[in-house]
Write a protein that binds this ligand. Structure first.
Ligand code: ATP
Length: 301
């Protein structure tokens, strides 16, 4: 049964792209808490997330977001104002500083410029406000993306493969913290190489990268009442999401959320907070500022 008050309610919703159903018409709801959506590359996670973000329209059925019918223009506008969406790639913003990037998002969300500083502080990146995104290590770059996504304090946050953004470091040369303050062409090239570097092996439960990624979890839990996060493998999401969904061959299915591989101190493997639990009860971090917990970057993630 679908709870009508769920942030996302799909009824007979189908999503097509490239001449095939990425999601065959289905009915489902996504309620409060953090929901993970896993599926191998190309299965349609990004397309589905963009549909939830109302950037794409479903080819069948109906989609309600935050109680609004996305087929209705006035409702659509109202829903959009309460959504925060971060695509998996935002290289178009590489030449903007973190502050400019957040200011740009604030402008389009109808926020005053005074919202920018608090957003940067909340994600603990005020000290890198004047640094271009291309020069930031991926974990800090992700924080800038989250600050932009959440500058208007949305009720629904949609993050396309944020763990990929934050973990994109394998094979990249080690960089010092100087890259955060500038660093010139080499640092810029490194940052771009980092951003293209692949995950560790998400299918390997012993991969130490999963522990690194887990350090981001309290931050992701603190963003909004409802958060949807995609990842290419369920192992990346297991154990810390309130709900875990898999997208495969055009179908969405529920997966177990419990981890078989607890990571001490990371929150991974701990029982998930109940869906719909308040933000305050789901995280120890205060609402107004999430302390930076840098990934074990070495190469600047
Ligand atoms: N520009 C495009 N034109 C036509 N079809 C496309 C285009 N981009 C993607 N597709 C189709 O949509 C499918 C889903 O792509 P999508 O990016 O949503 O998948 P994904 O699961 O998010 O993959 P990834 O993790 O690699 O981003 C692809 O397999 C492809 O068939």
């Amino acid at each position: 049964m679908i709870a009508e008050h769920s942030a996302i309610v799909a009824r007979g919703m189908g999503v097509r792209r490239g001449g095939r159903w990425l999601l065959r018409p289905a009915a489902f709801g996504i309620a409060g808490g953090v929901t993970g959506l896993a599926g191998p590359p190309g299965t349609g996670k990004s397309t589905l997330l963009a549909t939830f973000a109302t950037l794409r329209r479903p080819q069948a059925g109906a989609l309600r977001i935050l109680g609004r019918d996305t087929a209705n223009c006035a409702d659509l506008r109202a829903a959009r104002a309460r959504i925060g969406y971060l695509p998996g790639r935002f290289h178009w913003a590489d030449n903007l500083t973190a502050a400019e990037f957040v200011a740009y998002a604030a402008y389009y969300k109808g926020m005053r410029g005074t919202a920018v500083r608090p957003a940067l502080r909340r994600f603990d990146i005020a000290d890198t406000a004047a640094t271009e995104l291309a020069l930031l290590p991926p974990d800090v770059r992700l924080r800038a993306g989250l600050a932009a996504t959440c500058v208007h304090e949305p009720e629904l946050v949609l993050l396309d493969d944020p763990l990929g953004v934050a973990s994109a470091r394998r094979g990249a040369p080690a960089r010092g913290s100087s890259s955060r303050r500038g660093g010139g062409a080499h640092a810029r090239a490194d940052a771009r190489a980092d951003a293209r570097a692949p995950y560790g092996d998400p299918a390997d439960p012993a991969d130490p990268d999963l522990a690194d990624l887990a350090e981001l979890m309290p931050l992701l839990h603190s963003l909004a009442p409802t958060v949807v996060i995609t990842a290419p493998a369920p192992q990346l999401l297991t154990g810390w999401c309130d709900r875990l969904l898999a997208l495969s061959r055009g179908r969405i299915t529920d997966l177990p959320t419990r981890s078989h591989r607890p990571v001490p101190g990371s929150g991974v493997g701990a029982p998930p907070a109940p869906a719909g639990a308040s933000r305050a009860s789901r995280t120890e971090a205060p609402r107004d500022r999430v302390p930076r917990q840098p990934l074990r970057t070495g190469a600047g993630v």
